[in-house]
Write a protein that binds this ligand. Structure first.
Ligand code: ZN
Length: 266
């Protein structure tokens, strides 16, 4: 077999293991990231809600003080009503009383509005706090899970990467480029074994024999023309799948498929 072909097959085996390792982590890194972002947004919301809560409490106190002052004025004016001596004085005083009453009403109305806002705010704060507890617990678990998986896989990953580096040094650059190009376009799978199905035949004497039948690409499962089989099996040149463009090779362990096991393929 062509040495470069053998190297590429080994490179693919290493890369397949690397892909497997990444799949072990699954979408955990993404989930952890998203959770961190969500928590940070919630924390900001919580802070601004709490700031507004403080503002409302201060504003309510100020308004209550204002009402108290106005009520004192009101009492004073009402007492003065008994002492007036002219209509003009009476009118002036009742006009003052009206103004003070209006002020009290306005302040009371504003306090009511603020207390409604405060109520909604408190509910929102409570709900954010509960969501935060959930998200933080979730994050902690996911991070632990990720750490566990990473601990298990980091060593293997490092070993595979160093094997890969050494292997790549032996492969001419144009082969590596070709491999990378196909791997990038085809989900990491650049070189695949072909699958040759052998059908069962029973002759007149009852002897069972297996005859080579359909050959397909191990990547896209489309048919490989029979005239290419000899060349692929000899491994003396790089043969591509006409459909997916992946490089093809014969693998003694997996290429031969008995017809009755065929469904295991797909
Ligand atoms: Zn193919």
């Amino acid at each position: 077999m062509l040495k470069e072909l053998e190297y590429l097959i080994n490179l693919q085996k290493i890369d397949n293991k690397l892909i497997e390792i990444n799949q072990l982590k699954g979408d955990l890194p993404q989930i952890v990231n998203n959770l961190k972002k969500a928590i940070s947004t919630l924390e900001k919301d919580l802070e601004s809600n709490r700031d507004r809560e403080k503002e409302i409490i201060l504003e309510t106190k100020r308004l209550e003080g204002q009402i108290e002052d106005n009520q004192e004025h009101l009492h004073r004016y009402q007492d003065q009503l008994y002492l007036v001596t002219s209509n003009k004085e009476y009118d002036a005083l009742t006009s003052e009383i009206d103004t003070v009453r209006q002020n009290i009403d306005a302040a009371e109305y504003k306090i009511l509005e603020l207390s409604e806002e405060l109520q909604t705010l408190k509910e929102s704060i409570k709900s954010i706090e509960l969501t935060l507890v959930d998200k933080r617990t979730d994050l902690k678990q996911r991070e632990e899970q990720l750490e566990k998986t990473s601990k298990k896989t980091d060593d293997v990953h490092a070993k595979l990467m160093s094997q890969r580096e050494k292997l790549v040094e032996n492969i001419p650059l144009r082969y590596i480029r070709e491999y990378d190009r196909i791997a990038n376009a085809k989900g990491g799978l650049a070189i695949v074994p072909i699958h040759q199905v052998f059908e069962e035949h029973t002759d007149k004497r009852g002897n069972v024999e297996y005859h080579p039948a359909q050959v397909s690409c191990g990547g896209c499962h489309k048919i490989v023309p029979p005239q290419k089989i000899v060349e692929i099996r000899s491994g003396t040149s790089l043969i591509r799948c006409e459909f997916c463009g992946r490089l093809l090779y014969w693998d003694d362990k997996t290429s031969e498929i008995r017809a009755d096991n065929e469904e295991e393929l797909y």
